[in-house]
Design a protein around this ligand. Structure first.
Ligand code: HEM
Length: 545
């Protein structure tokens, strides 16, 4: 019937509401407005046949989902929704990444400027950049935790071996998605972390140099390397991720469903529990509404984090001629950096990590009593003592390797360099003034000393009576303590801070450590110093007395 006929038969009001209902159902795959309300409130269906099943058949997105799960598979404590959160963080990355892409061009002459532009001129630019960076880190955490959950609940066992395999490939993709984004800001942190990363590829046997060239586009990272990392980051790896997430989810949703908790599946739980665990839970409304709630909670947590606590770092412009003191890989690759400290680059940087990764890929196939006499076919924790112990030992080893990857372990820089860099780091805030602790934190490290408190003069740690008053005096005190702590075998070592007026409104502050160089074997004094400049108009945050 046409709209005009409806008006003639039922009146204008009825005809409009019928038209609206038709349009609404067309968009919502057969669900009426009343039904949508009932669905979101968790009420019973409003009409028959069940429009919720119809929607699942008709809508593309819902079509990808199974109609129902068994209740036990959806218990929060079974999966912690970690697979779901992996997809969630990936989607946050896609959306925020598309926004950032609009304002960014992958060329060495532009990239850093574009970052500054995003941070200062683009509306909500900093917000989206922080969200994107936080999302990338969260995605790595969530995917690793998801893998841990699957491992410790034995959910990779028959028939889900292939699901695990595709998951392990997704782990690799996730890590490299995050890492390939690392270079794009074109700052010192990015440039040197990626230089180290790609130089590990160089250590690979036979094709090392070729792999390195392929990644960097030249002997050193430059325009070619930046473009390659950009294409990996925005095109190749996301496509690969979408492909593998689809396969992974198809296996979960269409073939094997999510596993039930082991005591339910193996019927060792009390019968009432088994009964409730095997009840049907419809995707619509129960699961979808809970997923909407988790997405809202996830987004709220991320937004609160970037608004109040989290800030994506941006260091100074990439400088291929100046290697910073402690180049650091992103935290999820610290374990590799730690392993590299153990010796040969090819063995510890390439061969052993590759073997470790292959072992991860093969977990479901090797955890089989026919291959490994310690393993067990059961998924019950009480029966998988060996596998669980292996999982825990691996996690502990990874934490230890990661700690070894930080500059706290096996530091190679000479102590005088460490002392000066601690107070005046080339990047970051470094040393926190004790006044910062008293006033609850301030932001600029030693650079936060107010301009007017930088009294001109040369201060020497051997003459505490000449220390200036105020914050600078406190710094001298800490400086002297640090020299004694870091150079215990050199009692003659001392330090100076010299403050001069470089220009009107600009003071020069130079920190120097004098020490006896053990290598020269003479009593001659060596020194290491770094200058810094403080402008009257530039205020680091937080310190005002
Ligand atoms: C981007 C990365 C990943 C995404 C988006 C993802 C997504 C999912 C989702 C949505 C589920 C359904 C159950 C749940 O929420 O826990 C699932 C289950 C599963 N995932 Fe992943 N996953 C990823 C990475 C991994 C990794 C790294 C592994 C292991 C190496 C893995 C192995 C599995 C297995 C075996 C299941 C079936 C578990 C069961 O039935 O209890 N996944 N995944």
């Amino acid at each position: 019937m046409t709209f005009r006929e409806d008006v003639r038969n039922d009146g204008l009001r009825q005809a409009i509401s019928k038209l609206a209902d038709e349009r609404f159902r067309a968009i919502m795959a057969g669900i009426s407005l009343d039904e949508l309300r009932a669905l979101l409130r968790g009420d019973d269906i409003t009409e028959r046949p069940n429009p919720r099943y119809r929607a699942q058949v008709k809508s593309f997105i819902l079509h990808l989902r199974p109609k129902f799960y068994q209740e036990g598979s959806t218990w929060f404590t079974h999966t912690f929704r970690l697979g779901y959160f992996s997809v969630f963080t990936f989607l946050v990355e896609v959306i925020t990444g598309l926004i950032l892409m609009v304002y960014y061009a992958p060329a060495p002459g532009r990239a850093y400027g574009d970052m500054l532009n995003i941070l200062s001129n683009v509306t909500f630019g900093k917000f989206f950049r922080d969200l994107h960076r936080l999302g990338a880190e969260l995605m790595v955490i969530v995917v690793v935790l998801h893998m841990g959950r699957v491992y410790f609940t034995g959910a990779y066992k028959k028939p889900r071996e292939f699901t695990w395999l595709t998951g392990a490939i997704l782990l690799f993709i996730t890590l490299f998605l995050s890492f390939s984004g690392y270079l794009l800001p074109w700052d010192q942190l990015a440039y040197w972390a990626v230089t180290i990363g790609t130089s590990m590829a160089e250590a690979a046997p036979i094709f090392g140099n070729e792999t390195n060239l392929l990644l960097r586009g030249a002997q050193d990272i430059g325009a070619g390397g930046l473009l390659r990392f950009y294409l990996l980051h925005v095109f190749f790896l996301p496509l690969l991720a979408i492909l593998f997430i689809s396969i992974h989810y198809y296996k979960v949703a269409r073939e094997h469903s999510i596993s039930l908790p082991a005591p339910i599946e193996e019927k060792t739980a009390p019968s009432e529990k088994i009964q409730s665990a095997t009840r049907r839970i419809d995707i619509l409304p129960d699961l979808v509404t809970s997923e909407i709630m988790w997405a809202a909670i996830g987004l709220a947590v991320m937004i609160i984090a970037v608004t109040f606590f989290y800030e994506a770092p941006l260091e100074s412009h990439a400088n291929p001629l100046k290697t910073p003191l402690h180049t650091k890989a992103p935290w999820y690759f610290w374990f590799l950096q730690g392993m590299l400290k153990l010796g040969d680059k090819t063995l510890w940087g390439v061969i052993i990590p590759t073997v470790m990764y292959v072992l991860v890929l093969l977990v479901p196939y090797t955890d089989d009593p026919n291959i490994n006499p310690f393993s067990h076919t059961s998924r019950l924790a009480t029966k998988r003592k060996f596998s669980n112990a292996m999982g825990i030992v691996t996690a502990i080893i990874m934490v230890i390797f990661s700690f070894m990857g930080t500059p706290n372990y096996g530091v190679t820089a000479p102590p005088p360099v460490e002392v000066v860099q601690e107070f005046l780091p080339e990047e970051g805030k470094g040393y926190q003034l004790s006044i910062c602790t008293r006033i609850g934190g301030c932001d600029g490290g030693i650079r936060a000393i107010p301009y007017e408190q930088l009294t001109l003069g040369l201060y020497d740690t051997r003459e505490p009576s000449n220390y200036p008053s105020g914050v600078l005096g406190e710094v001298m005190h800490d400086f002297a303590e640090e020299i004694t702590r870091r150079l215990p075998d050199d009692p003659a070592a001392y330090g100076t801070i010299g403050i001069t007026q470089a220009q009107e409104n600009l003071k020069r502050m130079e920190m120097t450590v004098y020490f006896t160089d053990p290598e020269t074997e003479t009593e001659d004094e060596s020194s290491y110093s770094l200058p810094d400049y403080v402008h009257e108009e530039v205020h680091y945050e937080g310190i005002e007395e």
